[in-house]
Design a protein around this ligand. Structure first.
Ligand SMILES: Nc1nc2c(ncn2[C@@H]2O[C@H](COP(=O)(O)OP(=O)(O)OP(=O)(O)O)[C@@H](O)[C@H]2O)c(=O)[nH]1
Ligand SMILES: [Mg+2]
Length: 307
């Protein structure tokens, strides 16, 4: 009998590289939120892919970037914490922007750990008409078409340890529905709101009644300033309604049951820089990352001028 193999794999790279789209393609469900804007993912998302003999525990990470404010620092720390413990790292980089930089140079990450790092060029459909050739020893995938996904999966199996599965083979994720409720509201905001506004927004589940029909979920959208509240609500509440509708449809597809999603907007002044608010919103402060290079003059953390 073929032995089972299982392991943890990070999907890492610069913001907007296509990490969440690849997670969703591999899992076969829209688990992680996606948008054309950079820095959509703020906390790691776990997706599970199980076949007869292999279980991949995939970690879609926030983009590796130089932090500009405390939320960014905590996003990066969360990504580094996962990078320190996975069995394989996939370094995702868009094929149209090839070649990929060295992985450990991203965001000041220092020093190669003893872990395999595979370079994966994403969005290969965007270069397919250009006779682009995949650099030797790397992979090219398209989350839009599925091209290149099977060879990547094949290459991963031998890198995993022989051993039992960690999760039920039927599961596709490990995080609770309430986590995804807040995420899908943010995805709606990224879709509906212009420019920088989605970055000033967080979503927090304040009430969650799973056993009612429909399921009842109350989510508060936090904005940083009073002036942003009206923009999120929109004329006659239209904008907020569109955000809620997007999130409700995603959530109903995930849980396979009707959901009543009640969305409200509240001001939480400068929450992106407020340690207590960040703790509460699921961005805990972590032990300093020993693997980050000390800030040099060219890599100093720059706080936004309006902080
Ligand atoms: N054409 C094409 N577009 C893609 C592909 N994969 C991702 N995209 C697009 O690229 C953009 C960014 O995708 P995401 O999956 O959100 O990227 P990410 O790396 O998770 O981004 P952050 O979470 O912001 O770091 C979105 O507009 C996607 O639709 C692909 O294979 N082909
Ligand atoms: Mg993402």
């Amino acid at each position: 009998m073929v032995p089972t193999r299982a392991g943890h794999i990070a999907l890492a790279g610069a913001p907007n590289a296509g990490k969440s789209s690849l997670l969703n393609r591999l899992v076969g469900a829209h688990l992680a939120i996606v948008s054309p804007k950079a820095q959509t993912t703020r906390a790691p998302i776990v997706g599970l892919v199980t076949t007869a003999d292999t279980q991949l525990v995939l970690h879609d990470l926030p983009g590796l970037l130089d932090p500009r404010y405390p939320l960014h620092s905590r996003m990066l720390e969360a990504a580094c914490e996962v990078l320190r413990r996975v069995d394989v790292i996939l370094h995702l980089h868009p094929a149209p922007d090839a070649p990929a930089p060295g992985f450990w140079s991203l965001a000041g990450l220092e020093l190669p750990r003893e872990v395999p790092v595979l370079t994966v060029y994403t969005k290969s459909d965007l270069v397919s008409g250009e006779r682009w050739v995949t650099p030797p020893g790397t992979f090219a995938v398209s989350s839009a078409t599925g091209e290149g996904v099977a060879p990547l999966l094949e290459a991963l199996r031998p890198l995993l340890r022989i051993g039992p599965f960690e999760y039920d083979p039927e599961e596709i994720g490990t995080q609770p529905v309430r986590f995804f409720a807040a995420e899908y509201v943010r995805e709606g905001a990224f879709q509906v709101l212009e420019q920088e506004l989605p970055y000033a927004l967080a979503a927090e589940v304040e009430e969650f009644r799973e056993h009612t029909r429909p399921m009842y979920i109350r989510v508060t959208l936090l904005v940083e300033r009073e002036s942003q509240k009206g923009m999120v609500v929109g004329r006659g509440g239209r904008t907020l309604k569109a955000i809620g509708q997007h999130a409700r449809e995603r959530l109903e597809a995930l849980v396979g049951a009707p959901v009543f999603l009640d969305c409200w907007v509240k001001v939480s002044p400068n929450w992106r820089r407020n340690p207590a608010a960040l703790d509460r919103l699921g961005f805990p402060e972590r032990a300093p990352n020993a693997k980050r290079r000390a800030s040099g003059p060219d890599r100093r953390t720059v706080l936004d001028p309006d902080s």
